[in-house]
Design a protein around this ligand. Structure first.
Ligand code: ADP
Ligand code: ADP
Length: 230
């Protein structure tokens, strides 16, 4: 079963300063299966972030269609969660409160919320940090909170835009390994954008390579070694 179907997606931005149209996506087709981990690589400016924003419903495409679980995307929704490069967690809330935030919005009962929060605290290596505030945490720990928060609200699709790019090399490797383990334990559908080919091959079931000519998919490669064996 496929989770995401993208047909002939095109997008141009209008740049008011130069008064020119900027072509960002030029006819992208992509199908992502249920529980599949897809990584997207390509040079800066090739449209990777735009692709995620369109799937997230944060930007409306100029033309083409995106379906998530068969339904046409027409705006943001709780079926899609996003993790950004710039860490987006609430500074005035503790780790526990950040992870619980999406669940509160969904109206999940307190006891159920606590069980779910505990699960993602364990999964994301946040034990002992539950009552800390973001300013007390390193960049790597904050990004763990962002990942935990997004996964805890149980979106159908998780969209990750270079989530580890701002971290130092060692933390980046550790978090990629953690995400690998978490994705095997919880099997959400993930689209993960990165500049890092090694990261893409390590994490993905398939790798979408976008081309230097902006807005196009150059090729899609299935990674031969099953994810669970890496
Ligand atoms: P990256 O390669 O890491 O995606 P970019 O420099 O391409 O970084 O973009 C950084 C941010 O600036 C993105 O949010 C993008 O949408 C925005 N951006 C990029 N180009 C333009 C532009 N010409 N006008 C307005 N915003 C832009
Ligand atoms: P990537 O994530 O691969 O670096 P982006 O999706 O950020 O690529 O950008 C694709 C193209 O769209 C680039 O040429 C970028 O400058 C342009 N762009 C991105 N965001 C905006 C924006 N808000 N306004 C105008 N142009 C933009």
């Amino acid at each position: 079963m496929s989770s995401i179907e993208i047909k002939d997606l095109r997008h141009t931005y209008y740049n008011p300063h130069t008064r020119q149209q900027v072509l960002a996506l030029d006819g992208v087709n992509l199908t992502v299966g249920d529980g599949e981990f897809v990584t997207v690589v390509g040079p800066s400016g090739c449209g990777k972030s735009t692709l995620l924003y369109l799937i997230a419903g944060l930007v409306r495409p100029s033309s083409g269609e995106i379906r998530v679980d068969g339904r046409v995307v027409s705006g943001p929704g709780s079926d899609r969660g996003m993790v950004f490069q710039e860490i987006a967690i609430l500074p005035w809330r503790t780790v526990r409160q950040n992870i619980a935030h999406g669940l509160e919005i969904q109206g999940v009962a307190r006891e159920v919320r606590e069980t779910i929060v505990k699960r993602y605290v364990d999964l994301c290596g946040l034990n002992g940090f539950e009552d800390k505030y973001p300013y007390e945490l390193s960049g790597g720990m904050r990004q763990r909170v962002a990942v935990a928060r997004t996964l805890a609200s149980n979106p159908k699709v998780v969209l990750m835009d270079e989530p580890f790019a701002a971290l130092d090399a060692q933390t980046r490797i550790t978090l990629a390994q953690e995400l690998h383990r978490i994705s095997l334990a919880t099997s959400p559908t993930i689209i993960f954008v990165t500049h890092n080919v090694e990261e893409a091959l390590y994490l993905g079931d398939k790798v979408v390579i976008m081309s230097r000519r902006p807005g196009r998919v150059k090729s899609i490669v299935s990674v031969p070694v099953p994810r669970a064996k890496r």
